[in-house]
Design a protein around this ligand. Structure first.
Ligand code: SF4
Length: 684
């Protein structure tokens, strides 16, 4: 395969770049957005309140990502909320002649979907300007060849028609990022690397104390591509290069687009490197046909979405890649049965090992950090490039230490820890974006691996590069119990996997677990956390959803069962006004729940049990809302606008989700609290 790329002609971009087109301000005022789409250019500089926190869900809502090719150019910003409106319709950006899009803080937060910058690019946007830009989104832009900048003075220069030096977009960047920008994208750069036209220097970092994540990164550093030498003694934040992955995975939202890139850029008959360490998943859209509205089906979106499943299956078969797929339907055209597993659940259950480097096409890839992996989300182009060499580009991020001290009350969970961490000013203001978050402290050490995974999973909501926890005796027990590994082998794996005394942290955040109360995040952002006691009026619930990679693990099932068993003992059921869905993260979790007798408990109280899939978490399965007024309490990890339908989504712990389903309003749970509820007339 490399032979066919060796003769490719690769050129660099010219030294000066011009941008011909208009500038689109993504403003909070919907009237201003509509004016621009109607042809009016807004003056600049001007006191325009720009939208902050534009998530990739808003740039390309999940249902738009059923498209995986140039058709995406019809849809950028379809989910963008301005005031209480969604002012941008299909085709509006493309026909508006825009070349740059401007917004405020935390541009591109949330999911790692490359469909977002790809949709922008296909609509004509070549430059994204924002106060700060989330790591995965920014890398996705660079990988595709879309420029990014935090320099708002560019707006006037573009409007004056100035040619802008390419160096303005590479200033301050490391050598590799600079190279990628100068080559107009990651693939072109990688080919130049394979051809020996660019050489990535090995970091000359002197001996220093390193964090756990830095040590793992150093072990995996590609020191010399020509001789395939991997590993350097030391790295430090800012070192840039490529690391050798142990595992690469993607799901049906991403694999087809990456497969198209493979076919177009590499060649349909070429084979990926080391297919045994690549995994595909059919998890996000398994239940889509049950959640999609008739209107969307009439638009042909279900057919488009089914193409994703089919394309992934075809590519997996062509390349000999293990696909964790959909369970076979009982008969042709019969109802869908569910998936084998959600990608993150399966990674942790079966494949990840302490000290691994894992990349996945999903922002919650840090899930496996629970056992001491450096696991991080990447976009489609990075996944596609990793099929070439097993390498992924990486700039060593600074680290942040989050210590959860004290002893937590029995009804407090890792989810409550995370909602508390997410409302810390340092995190809320975006300072943790792109950093390695290492969780430590006695309250973290006391958690099970499943609960630790809730914390590392939600490093994505922090905006972090990854989340990691030092592997310890709990990890060894997990590997022995869940994987059947010999104890000595598991213990050996932990050697050297700890942060050195004196390792550098850019910030240390201390949380006192003993002071926590059950928390919820108000609709709109996982950072909107409050103690339930601070909610004021009771919040009535229509839907309770207990599932997803974050909350569909074995220990989550333990928590739902604990609450629902108490409810059943007290003669209570799920509140008549509430629909309560419990969905497993994998077939293994389902088997566990069966063995524990949980399914009987769930059914006895009236919960609906669903086979594994991302489902409602990605607005594609039972448990989604269809109306703005619908209130959902959910154990999933994020509640950006539109994430699970148009309703009001409150994030909460598994305990709170189950207790609220029974109570009919958002309430925390303490052992015995549901028994007391039986006395209340509303629930008799
Ligand atoms: S369950 Fe939700 S957060 Fe987890 S991988 Fe699926 S869509 Fe992403």
């Amino acid at each position: 395969m490399l032979e066919s790329l060796k003769s490719r002609t690769i050129t660099r971009l010219p030294d000066q770049v011009t941008f011909e087109g208009r500038v689109l301000f993504l403003a909070e005022d919907p009237a201003l957005v509509r004016d621009q789409l109607a042809g009016k250019d807004l003056p600049w500089p001007a006191p325009i309140k720009l939208r902050d926190d534009i998530s990739t869900d808003e740039i390309t809502p999940a249902y738009i990502c059923y498209y995986y090719d140039e058709r995406l150019g019809e849809f950028p910003y379809l989910g963008l909320k301005a005031g209480n409106e969604f002012p941008i319709g299909r085709g509006a950006v493309k026909s508006g002649g825009f070349v740059a899009a401007v917004s405020g803080k935390r541009r591109g937060k949330g999911s790692s979907r490359e469909q977002s910058p790809y949709a922008e690019m296909m609509a004509g946007i070549r430059l994204v300007i924002a106060e700060n830009i989330e790591r995965i989104y920014r890398e996705n832009c660079q990988n595709l060849g879309v420029f990014t900048s935090t320099d708002f003075s560019l707006i006037e220069r573009i409007r004056r028609g100035e040619a802008i030096p390419l160096a303005d977009f590479t200033r301050g960047e490391g050598e590799i990022t600079r190279g990628i920008i100068e080559h107009g994208g990651l693939f072109q750069y990688n080919v130049a690397r394979l051809q020996g036209k660019v050489v990535v220097p090995v970091p000359a970092t002197p001996k220093r104390p390193m964090t756990l994540a830095e040590k793992i990164i150093a072990r995996h550093w590609v020191a010399d591509l020509a001789t395939d030498r991997v590993g350097v003694p030391y790295v430090r934040p800012g070192d840039e290069g490529f690391v050798r992955t142990d595992i690469r995975f993607s799901h049906e939202y991403v694999t087809p687009m990456a497969a198209i890139f493979w076919r177009d850029y590499v060649g349909a008959n070429e084979k990926v490197a080391d297919p045994a360490s690549i995994f595909f998943f059919r998890d996000h859209l398994t239940f889509l046909e049950l959640a999609m509205t008739d209107e969307r089906k009439a638009e042909g979106l279900l057919d488009v979405a089914l193409e994703l499943k089919q394309k992934q299956e075809e590519f997996a078969a062509e390349q000999g890649i293990r696909l964790y797929g959909e369970l076979p339907r009982l008969a042709r055209n019969s109802a869908v049965q569910g998936s084998e597993a959600i990608c993150h659940s399966k990674m942790l259950e079966q494949h990840a090992l302490p000290g691994h480097v894992i990349i996945g096409s999903d922002s919650h890839t840090p899930h496996s950090g629970a056992i001491g992996c450096v696991a991080f989300g990447v976009g489609t182009t990075a996944i596609f490039n990793s099929w070439l060499t097993r390498d992924v580009r990486l700039k060593v991020p600074p680290s942040v230490l989050v210590r959860v001290n004290g002893v937590k009350p029995a009804n407090i969970t890792a989810k409550d820890f995370m909602l508390q961490i997410l409302r810390q000013p340092y995190v809320r203001n975006g300072h943790a974006i792109g950093k390695i978050v290492e969780y430590a402290g006695p309250a973290v050490e006391a958690l099970s691996i499943d609960e630790r995974a809730t914390m590392t999973n939600m490093a994505a909501e922090v905006g972090a590069f990854t989340g990691i926890i030092r592997p310890d005796a709990v990890t060894v027990d997990y590997l022995v119990r869940e994987r059947g590994m010999a104890r000595r082998d598991a213990e050996r794996m932990l050697e050297g996997l700890f942060s050195d005394p004196g390792a550098e942290y850019e910030e240390i955040i201390d949380i006192d677990a003993s002071q926590l109360e059950p928390m919820v995040a108000l609709p709109g952002d996982p950072g909107n956390g409050l103690f339930i006691g601070e909610l004021g009026q009771p919040v009535k619930v229509d839907i309770a959803y207990a599932g997803s990679c974050t909350a569909g693990k074995k220990e989550d099932m333990d928590m739902y069962a604990r609450v629902l068993h108490e409810a059943a003992e007290a003669g209570l059921r799920v509140h008549p006004d509430v629909k309560f869905f419990i969905q497993f993260g994998s077939q293994e979790v389902k088997r566990y729940a069966e063995q524990q007798g949980y399914l009987d408990i769930f059914r006895a109280v009236g919960a609906e049990i669903i086979e594994p899939s991302c489902g409602a978490c990605i607005n594609a399965g039972p448990g989604v809302s269809y109306k703005k007024e619908t209130v959902t309490v959910s154990a999933i990890n994020r509640n950006f606008p539109g994430r699970s339908g148009p309703g009001q989504l409150y994030l909460a712990s598994p305990y709170t989700t189950a207790a609220s389903a029974v109570a009919g309003y958002i309430t925390g749970w303490t052992p015995g609290s549901l028994g007391a509820m039986r006395l209340e007339p509303a629930h008799s």
